[in-house]
Design a protein around this ligand. Structure first.
Ligand code: ADP
Ligand code: MG
Length: 221
């Protein structure tokens, strides 16, 4: 089947200009194989977040094309792209428990309560937080909060996971440990992922391959 052989993600000449005319991403080409983990390495202000947001559909792509499994997604709305995102500060819902944060994306999809409970338990185990389901997210450490954010984004089995500096707010020792764990989790779930970072050693720990972005231009390493 052509569909299955096609790259998980493909960018051709992607340009993203902001309304003030600033070109934040210029002519980006990339191909991500199914199950591949790509690191996007670049300094602050180089266009990393803009590019991820463009892929997710949160920023308007002003030229070029984005495909997932061979299909152009320009006309597909954000919530239909089946893309998960994790941000630097987790952005958890503060008034939901850990379990209900993870369940968030599973609600309203016609799943039974039991199915949702089982899925939440499986995700907690995956990220090493068994027994944390009932905890308030406000009691979590930074590292635990990022694990919950990861579990929440993986719960729906996204076709593609976009990680925007998810470890940047953590201290170095924890960052290294979580980087290794993140790699294991992505591999275990077979998730295709683009991981944005400004830390070269983190990119190497997590990704199969690294691309560099500088002043909006993407290049192989
Ligand atoms: P990174 O994530 O690599 O730090 P960003 O993608 O956030 O970089 O930003 C890339 C460039 O685009 C920066 O120069 C930033 O100032 C600019 N930029 C970001 N958002 C806007 C906006 N809404 N309007 C104009 N320029 C923007
Ligand atoms: Mg950024």
């Amino acid at each position: 089947m052509v569909e299955n052989d096609a790259p998980a993600l493909e960018l051709r000449g992607v340009q993203i200009s902001y309304p003030d005319g600033f070109v934040a991403v210029d002519g980006a080409d990339l191909e991500l194989a199914s199950g591949e983990i790509l690191a996007l390495l670049g300094p602050s202000g180089s266009g990393k977040s803009t590019l991820l947001r463009g892929i997710a559909g949160l920023e308007r792509v002003t030229a070029g094309e984005i495909r997932m499994r061979g299909r152009a997604i320009d006309a597909v709305p954000v919530h239909r792209r089946n893309i998960g995102m994790v941000f630097q500060d987790g952005q958890l819902f503060p008034h939901r428990s850990v379990g209900r944060n993870i369940a968030y994306g599973l609600e309203g999809e016609g799943r039974s309560r039991q199915e949702i409970r089982d899925r939440v338990e499986a995700m907690l185990a995956l990220v090493g937080l068994e027994g944390f389901g009932g905890r308030s997210v406000q009691t979590l450490s930074g590292g635990q909060a990022q694990r919950v954010a990861l579990a929440r984004s993986l719960a729906r089995e996204p076709e593609l996971l976009l990680l925007d500096e998810p470890l940047s707010a953590l201290d170095r020792a924890l960052r290294e440990r979580l980087a290794d764990e993140l790699r294991r989790i992505l591999a275990e779930t077979g998730t295709s992922a683009v991981h944005v970072t400004h830390d070269e050693s983190e990119a190497e720990r997590i990704a199969d391959r690294t691309m560099v972005i500088r002043e909006g231009r993407l290049s192989a390493r």
